[in-house]
Design a protein. Structure first.
Length: 283
């Protein structure tokens, strides 16, 4: 069953004065179907429209034309906005912009208080959410004492406490160091595999996209690739032609191929690459 579905989604904005408006198309006829429980990565260079698309999944933006449905609810139905955001939570690039309280557990409880969740239920949800992201022992800490990766995990816990079916993460590791990125990715994968939460990850780190079930590539507001990671990253020339990198393993295989050393271009993990190189050298 679909958790996110778009039908001919188009989005544009106007700039300039009223007499001579300039219309800029950002998204063009996007048709997507994301199933419950999927882990989907969306890739695209700056200005490709990927973050704009993500904001449609949480009704932060509404289509200029076409439709977006979240668990069957039309995002243009203003009376259902609360229902939409209960089902699809959003995590942004900078965790400092999402943290509003001076104590970690109070921050995670913030949205629940606004929702009117009874105290006992709220207490359980906050504890469960912090446990799920590995931050329970920090529940009495000030967010200011935390690292970037820990802050981002607290921001994710705040969304989890609302019990969403889907979490949309807009470049959540962009401002983190490598250790912080690993922490957050481990959390995201656990939420997907252990709790069955649908994950939509907007990222520019190709090695993060490798870990997803499905990769969608956007260029100039249009979907140009939508497949499993192995099939997307095997198209090295196409990815490079639109200004995107490929994972380091795919890059190595691509460069070896240009020198006449042929390995399976669908290999995307270091382990499989080592095995293939071993077999090649042994032979």
């Amino acid at each position: 069953m679909s958790i996110i579905r778009t039908e001919n989604l188009c989005f544009s904005y106007k700039s300039g004065d009223e007499e001579n408006p300039v219309i800029t198309e950002v998204l063009k006829n996007i048709n997507l179907d994301i199933k419950k429980g999927e882990f989907v990565s969306i890739l695209g260079h700056n200005g490709s429209g990927k973050s704009t698309l993500a904001k449609h999944f949480n009704a932060i933006l509404l289509p200029s034309s076409g439709k977006v449905y979240i668990d069957g609810i039309d995002t243009s139905d203003e009376s259902r906005l609360f229902d939409i955001r209960k089902r699809a939570g959003m995590v942004f690039q900078n965790p400092d912009n999402q943290i509003v309280a001076s104590i970690v557990e109070e921050d995670v409880a913030f949205a629940l208080e606004n929702m009117g969740v009874p105290y006992e239920e709220m207490r359980k949800r906050v504890d469960d959410a912090l446990e799920s992201v590995g931050m329970y022992e920090y529940r009495f800490h000030s967010p200011n004492q935390l690292s970037g990766g820990q802050k981002q995990r607290v921001a994710i816990a705040g969304i989890i406490a609302m019990r969403p079916e889907c979490i949309i993460l807009d470049e959540p590791t962009a401002m983190l160091d490598p250790h912080g990125r690993r922490e957050v990715m481990k959390t995201i994968k656990n939420l997907n595999k252990e709790y069955g939460i649908t994950i939509v990850l907007i990222t520019h780190y190709m090695n993060e996209a490798v870990e997803s079930d499905r990769v969608i590539v956007i260029d100039r507001g249009e979907i140009i690739l939508d497949d499993i990671p192995e099939n997307v990253f095997s198209q090295a020339e196409k990815m490079k032609s639109i200004g995107l990198d490929i994972p380091q393993t795919s890059e190595l295989i691509y460069l070896l191929g240009k020198e006449g050393i042929k390995l399976d271009s669908h290999i995307i993990t270091e382990e499989k690459c080592v095995e293939a190189l071993y077999e090649l050298l042994k032979g």
